[in-house]
Design a protein around this ligand. Structure first.
Ligand code: ADP
Ligand code: ZN
Length: 721
């Protein structure tokens, strides 16, 4: 009897056993199709002794239906799936879904029908057809995807197909990507860069687990240096994964990659079209995708022969996923490198305290690039005390910053104003009755966006048009904006210097690769004088004429008071400061603050990074916070407030009493209502010695809540809202 155990992609089911029909060649890792009732499900054949046993007797087992036409999932990746599920207290199936993350790819080689404009006009123009023609220029995709792009129904497009306005094209789903060439345009490295690159190249050649912290100041050439490790992997025929925090800012990176290697890398992120996703997945599995640049989900793809992982801007919090499987891609990347025996490079100018600690304890090898490339100097950093020299009433830019901006404009140089707040104002209220616009689904204010004339919730996406009269008291024209967002700062700049060409750079304005490319081109061509941007512009960009950076409100990040607030502020300000003076002209940074005496501001002004990190580390050690102790959160939510509260209290009432674990809560979460669900939190602080995950599993295991109650476990949380 040939019996196998499947990990199926449905977390509610658990492992299932099947019979292997004669002649079917199945081994651990095989991706198969199996019957489930009247349905068919896909799953991965797993080592039976590594999954909980099932009780179905042999004679009642149903046979597998077939092998899916994809390579078997390798043992190294199976171990990573197990490790991730275990460490983050997540269902195995949920992690396995991130491996088999393209439904299309599992169906095997095929062609698909895409459509594109022929250039012929329709018999009769309608507004919808006109819109479709305008938006579909240069696009080729399935009807469904084109309908999304054009913002019209599929019916409208089918009408255009029958008139010959759109034509069908058969495309091979898996046409190969052009290979990057390691010797295409080799840079001349300076001695410091050479030494670093040599170390990485040797590690790639050795093909052993080797974690590195590449700690180099902004503009030191970290990218150039790890590109040499990429080149070495390519020479050996191995694949490379470069994880990036935000796919929105990869545009500049892609161009650099292409000029170094003569071909673009393969992209992986959540908004790929299904056909692109399928093509990328299959190329990754077959080994013909040589270099993959991706968001965190690229980490779980089934690379055939990985040779190197790079985590760029490794300190970024966006590597932590805050829903579903709540994993930290930076940490899982290191585990993947370990299971696959690979070097992994964490690159950053402002490493996370956790990474620095791993380096100083000798677990990671630290490679330093202390100087900017080409003799460029790090910018001078000044502090503007907003208490001593406040901006004019109703304004947000202090005189010193305004003067410095004028100077840059006179010299034809660029200014970047950084404020990590999208929209015009974070709060809108009625001047007459004090009514505040709040999201109906979240405990959050609605943010006014003047450019798009919406009030929007940044948590759930809820949007409304700003009403003409107050919904509470009926007073017309009574809405006042409170506090600044980037749009308001841009208005202020336009008021102060009407001639300045101002660009707003946020995910609202640079949301697509085309828009990002257009912005970069305009900034490089000197068509922008002042950039007003969110954290989206704090990294990756290199504008030689940008010589002034103004941090509009350095205190903003410190308000939340979570354990990484100071570190995050340091990182953000240091990164955005790193945009200044990257060319021949020296840069200047002005930090506006109401707390010039705060240690993080003082450290930024004096450039004493090490002292700041040391003080932070001490504070964390005293608080038992990471990396010296560990945190975990349990978030209980329900659409019914009483149900959420009762469930949270029941869990709190059963809390284990252990010497190396402290449990806080339950308490309403700071974001007590999110997307229509009421939320309660318990926070667990444990010594490093505690078996945190086992404790939580044992604690929660006896509970059976109705499906309307959701229990989320967040190990090593980054978000405390
Ligand atoms: P980082 O990632 O450390 O901020 P980058 O890799 O972006 O630094 O390098 C900063 C700038 O210096 C880039 O424009 C890069 O092309 C240039 N640069 C760095 N090293 C070299 C080199 N060896 N040869 C030519 N240009 C270099
Ligand atoms: Zn909301």
């Amino acid at each position: 009897m040939n019996r196998v155990r499947l990990l199926v992609l449905n977390a509610a089911l658990g492992p299932l056993d099947y019979r292997v029909p004669d002649g079917m060649d199945v081994k651990p890792g095989s991706v198969v199709l199996a019957p489930l009732g009247p349905r068919q499900i896909s799953g991965i054949v797993w080592e039976a002794d590594r999954l909980p046993a099932t009780t179905v007797p042999d004679e009642r087992l149903r046979p597998l239906l077939g092998l899916l036409p994809v390579p078997a999932i390798r043992a190294e990746l199976r171990r990573l799936v197990e490790w991730t599920a275990d460490y983050y207290c997540a269902p195995l199936a949920a992690v396995a879904r991130m491996v088999l993350s393209s439904g299309g790819a599992l169906k095997g080689g095929a062609t698909t029908t895409e459509y594109r404009l022929t250039g012929k006009g329709p018999d009769r123009m309608t507004p919808q057809r006109e819109q479709a023609l305008a938006r579909l220029a240069g696009e080729q995709a399935t009807i469904r995807e084109l309908a999304g792009i054009a913002g019209v129904s599929e019916g409208v497009l089918r009408g255009l197909v029958s008139q010959g306005v759109l034509e069908a094209v058969e495309v091979d789903c898996d046409r190969p990507y052009p290979p990057p060439r390691p010797d295409f345009a080799e840079p001349t490295l300076n001695p410091g860069q050479q030494a670093a690159a040599a170390r990485f190249v040797a590690a790639v050649r050795a093909a052993e687990f080797a974690p590195f912290l590449l700690d180099g100041v902004t503009g030191s050439g970290k990218t150039e240096v790890y590109f040499e490790a990429v080149a070495q992997a390519l020479r050996m025929g191995r694949q490379v994964l470069v994880l990036v925090p935000e796919i929105a800012l990869t545009e500049a990176f892609l161009r650099r990659f292409e000029s170094r290697f003569g071909a673009p890398p393969v992209l992986w992120h959540s908004s790929l079209k299904s056909t692109e996703r399928r093509r990328a997945w299959r190329a990754i599995a077959s080994g013909t995708a040589h270099v993959v640049v991706g968001a965190r989900s690229a980490l779980f793809l089934p690379y055939r022969a990985l040779g190197l992982i790079v985590v760029d801007e490794a300190h970024e919090v966006s590597f932590k996923q805050d829903e579903g499987v709540r994993y930290n891609a930076r940490d899982v990347a290191v585990m993947r490198a370990r299971f696959e025996s690979l070097p992994v490079i964490l690159a950053s100018a402002t490493p996370a305290l956790e990474s620095l600690q791993m380096a100083s304890s000798g677990v990671y090898e630290r490679i330093d690039l202390p100087d900017r490339y080409g003799g460029a100097q790090l910018p001078a950093i000044g502090v503007v005390d907003l208490r001593a020299q406040p901006p004019e009433r109703g304004h947000w830019l202090a005189p010193a910053l305004v003067d410095a901006m004028h100077e840059r404009l006179d010299r034809g140089e660029q200014t970047l104003l950084f404020l990590n707040r999208r929209g015009y104002a974070p709060l809108t209220l009625c001047r007459h009755c004090g009514y505040r616009f709040q999201c109906p689904n979240c405990s959050a204010w609605l943010v006014e966006h003047r450019l798009s004339q919406r009030l929007a919730c940044h948590h759930c996406g809820h949007e409304t048009a700003p009403p003409a009269t107050c919904p509470e008291c009926g007073e017309p024209d009574c809405m006042v904006a409170c506090g600044p967002g980037v749009e308001r700062i841009a208005d202020e700049v336009a008021q102060i210097v009407p001639a300045a060409r101002v660009a707003i750079a946020t995910s609202d304005t640079l949301g697509s690769p085309e828009k990002a490319a257009a912005f970069i081109a305009a900034a490089e061509a000197g068509l922008i004088d002042v950039i007003v941007g969110t954290q989206l512009v704090t990294k990756g960009f290199h504008f030689p004429d940008l010589t002034l950076v103004g941090v509009v409100d350095a205190d903003l990040g410190l308000e939340g008071g979570d354990l990484r607030a100071a570190e995050r502020t340091y990182q953000q300000v240091a990164q955005v400061a790193g945009r200044a003076g990257r060319g021949a002209k020296p840069g200047e940074v002005l930090i506006q603050t109401r707390h010039p005496e705060a240690p993080v501001i003082a450290a930024l002004a004096s450039g004493e990074r090490d002292a700041f990190y040391e003080a932070e580390a001490q504070g964390r050690a005293q608080a038992g916070a990471p990396p010296y102790g560990r945190w975990a959160a349990i978030i209980v939510s329900s659409e019914d407030e009483a149900e959420a509260r009762d469930a949270a209290r029941a869990i709190g009432g059963a809390r284990p009493d252990l010497p190396d674990v402290a449990i806080l809560g339950p308490a309403p979460a700071p974001l007590a209502l999110l997307r229509g669900r009421y939320r309660y939190r318990l926070l667990i602080n444990a010594r490093r010695s505690a078996r945190l995950q086992d404790i939580i599993r044992q604690w929660l295991d006896p509970f059976r809540f109705p499906a309307s109650v959701r229990i989320a476990i967040d190990i090593d949380p980054y978000s405390f809202v």
